[in-house]
Design a protein around this ligand. Structure first.
Ligand SMILES: Nc1ncnc2c1ncn2[C@@H]1O[C@H](COP(=O)(O)OP(=O)(O)OP(=O)(O)O)[C@@H](O)[C@H]1O
Length: 430
């Protein structure tokens, strides 16, 4: 039998551990991540079940609230990097923005359901510092991951995109810009687990909770330094195969860059950076609209728009973007049409109704001058949204609308942006 060493090694030089499968380093040590292990009780209340993901600022864990009754309540614990003292600026900005939205909750608005909920916040201390912890509504896999292994049909794209626009419209109507809109910050809502036992939910959420735990060791066999956990588990974001279009709900996360008015040096994802941020270094709510255009393209084609402008370094890609923006609107229309034809074939773009509706969204959201872009509210009235059946129109119409939306389309139409039928089961992993 071959003895395979599944441990990963702590590298004091980085200082952190490299998760090979992710090709990313998780840093532990002073002012880095909190050394959480599975099963740990956080704040005497939340028992950690698995790792949902991590970013530059925080690790996000699935946990069960021990104080909930009668049925267990699941939460996501977003535990920020350590700081010398409480109120680290990034974590407090995210908390502040989410708290503002809580105050607005009673005013309603359809996009409210698409914003992740904040339940609680507190501090956790470790040898790596003081960590702010946000207790959030738990969600599933990000759309950035989903587009890498699935192609969406046209109805899927428009249905998902409409929820993204509704979320942004909700935020903007409350005076908040997100600042970091990207498919990585749009995640699937979890289905309703009420009535299921904890064991059932764990088996649904965690295909193999023990299989993903990897011990951390020092290469020379010496004890781990303080602040480094004895094991790490690979992230286990939830995804339910056979998800139906009428069940699919998008949740917007990560409000760390959110702002009111205008803000300099916003860390928008590099693939969605608008010209005003690249050239003048300032973002506004119109920068979110630019990002919506990029998201629409990414959902539609499976690739970021930037990669169509130019390959290479981000400097080269921004030059490609600038070249695109210095064209006339007519030339930009021609360029986007040829990108679409390259991706889906010429016959797919020949249907003027569909291609025209797609181009309206793209050309207007990607206007070079921020004030020329539509508002999120304007976008919701665009013709693209009337090209799909409204699965939420009314409870009576629901079943018919969903079944209609699954009928195969005329193959000559650009609704066939993918070769697969356009049902939610397209997204199934099995
Ligand atoms: N409420 C949630 N439910 C499920 N998973 C989540 C939730 N919030 C975040 N995640 C997962 O954790 C990852 C990191 O979260 P988030 O983007 O909020 O962290 P961050 O450190 O602020 O990120 P960034 O470096 O992008 O600013 C996300 O990409 C997502 O996979």
């Amino acid at each position: 039998m071959i003895d395979v060493d599944l441990a990963i090694y702590y590298n004091p030089g980085i200082p952190g551990v490299l998760l090979i499968a992710e090709d990313r380093v998780i840093k532990f040590g002073k002012n880095y991540f909190c050394p959480i292990v599975l099963g740990q009780l956080v704040h005497n209340r939340y028992r950690v079940l698995s790792l949902l993901g991590w970013g530059g600022y925080a690790m996000v864990w699935l946990a069960v609230d021990q104080c909930s009754s009668p049925s267990p309540k699941y939460v996501a614990l977003k535990i920020f990097r350590g700081a010398e003292k409480s109120n680290d600026e990034y974590s407090s900005n995210e908390e502040r923005q989410l708290r503002k939205l809580i105050l607005e909750r009673d005013r309603g608005g359809i996009g409210r359901r698409n914003i992740i909920e904040l339940f609680d916040a507190f501090e956790v201390e470790s040898s790596n510092g003081v960590h702010r912890c946000l207790v959030l509504e738990p969600a599933g896999c990000s759309f950035a991951d989903l587009v890498t292994f699935e192609e969406f049909g046209f109805d899927d794209v428009v249905y998902i995109f409409r929820q993204c626009v509704e979320a942004v419209e909700y935020l903007h109507s409350r005076g908040i810009s997100h600042g970091d809109l990207d498919l990585a910050n749009l995640v699937l809502a979890l289905p309703d687990f009420s009535g299921l036992t904890e064991a059932d939910v764990i088996s649904k959420l965690l295909p193999d909770p023990k299989g993903c735990i990897i011990p951390i060791k020092m290469k020379d066999g010496t004890p781990l330094p303080p602040g480094v956990p004895e094991s790490i588990c690979s992230p286990c974001p939830f995804y339910e195969p056979k998800l139906d279009l009428d069940d699919l709900q998008v949740k917007l996360i990560d409000f760390g860059e959110a702002f009111t008015g205008t803000k300099p040096d916003v860390h928008t994802h590099s693939r969605n950076r608008p010209p005003e941020l690249i050239e003048q270094g300032v973002a506004s709510s119109s920068s979110d609209i630019w990002a919506l255009g990029c998201i629409f393209w990414h959902l539609l084609t499976g690739y970021p728009l930037m990669s169509y402008f130019e390959q290479g370094s981000s400097k080269e890609r921004y030059q490609g973007q600038r070249k695109f923006l210095s064209m006339t609107r007519q030339e930009r229309r021609g360029q986007l049409t040829s990108f679409l034809a390259r991706k889906f074939g010429q016959s797919a773009v020949d249907d003027e109704e569909y291609t025209g509706a797609i181009l309206d969204v793209l050309l207007n959201t990607l206007e070079p001058t921020p004030s020329d872009r539509p508002t999120a509210g304007d976008l919701l009235s665009y013709s693209i949204f009337s090209l799909i059946k409204d699965v939420e129109a009314s409870p009576d119409n629901n079943a018919q609308a969903v079944s209609d939306s699954r009928k195969p389309h005329d193959p000559g139409s650009p609704r066939h942006v993918t070769t697969k039928p356009k049902t939610r089961s397209n997204l199934a992993l099995d």
